[in-house]
Design a protein. Structure first.
Length: 253
């Protein structure tokens, strides 16, 4: 089931529940029910709950969006570091150049074909990827520069290996959902309370009031969907999280 289908079904279900409660509540209301008698304190509390929940929800969206941008930068850094290592190896002797380029291609192929699906599903990296990175590091650091050009290339390549290692570590740290479970409990409970406060205002069955209740419920459902969607950047938040690898290594993947 696609993410947009989940959003549509969730929004429709939430709106249907709210509108059904409104209709049933109105049918059960007695003749002495007067909506104009809603105490001012209830209107004030409804407003305050809505404001507080809006702030919390906004902070949650900002947090997962920032995590999504960090994940995008991490993937780009990892792919670019591998590309630089492969290209800079051109100045090395043929045998060492081929070994380094072969190790880079093996890492990229494994990361895209094997590790990415596992990471998106389980929120963790594979040990085989760490082993391939260790092999690449060993090949790069084992070379003994023969001239000034190779010395400069060696320094640049070791820096790129360090950047690659750091990017992989950051990718491992952000592979799991960023929002703790207790935060989700608060967000869902806050949504339920915010929507439930509509009924304390004694809304009626007029088309305008039902429309506003439905729109408010749909808005809350959509914002919660955004938090959920961007909470796992490698599984959902990025359109194609492997795109930098596909762009820089078309011959491999």
């Amino acid at each position: 089931m696609s993410d947009w289908m989940i959003l549509t079904l969730g929004t429709v279900a939430a709106c249907a529940v709210v509108l059904l409660i409104v209709v049933l509540r109105q049918r059960r209301a007695g003749d002495d029910d007067d909506p104009s008698e809603t105490p001012d304190v209830i209107e004030y509390m409804t407003m305050m709950i809505g404001v507080v929940y809006a702030i919390v929800l906004g902070l949650a969206i900002a947090g997962v969006w920032e995590a999504r941008n960090v994940a995008e930068d991490v993937v780009r850094t990892e792919a670019q570091s591998l590309h630089e290592i492969r290209e800079r190896a051109q100045v090395y002797p043929e045998a060492e150049r081929d070994r380094i380029q072969k190790d880079v291609d093996a890492y990229v192929r494994f990361a895209v074909d094997k590790e990415w699906p596992h990471m998106a599903k389980n929120g963790e990296l594979l040990d085989r990827g760490d082993a391939l990175l260790a092999e690449l590091r060993q090949q790069v650091t084992a070379h003994k520069p023969a001239d000034v050009q190779e010395e400069q290339t060696y320094q640049a390549m070791t820096e790129r290996v360090a950047a690659l290692d750091a990017a992989r570590a950051e990718r491992a740290a952000s592979a799991e959902p960023t929002m703790p479970g207790v935060v989700w409990v608060g967000l869902i409970a806050g949504a339920a309370v915010s929507v439930a406060m509509l009924f304390t205002l004694q809304i009626q069955r007029s088309g305008r009031e039902l429309l506003l209740a439905g729109l408010f419920t749909a808005l809350v459902a959509f914002l919660l969907f955004l938090v959920w969607h961007f909470d796992s950047p490698y599984a959902r938040g990025l359109d194609d999280s492997t795109e930098p690898f596909l762009t820089l290594f078309p011959h491999v993947v």
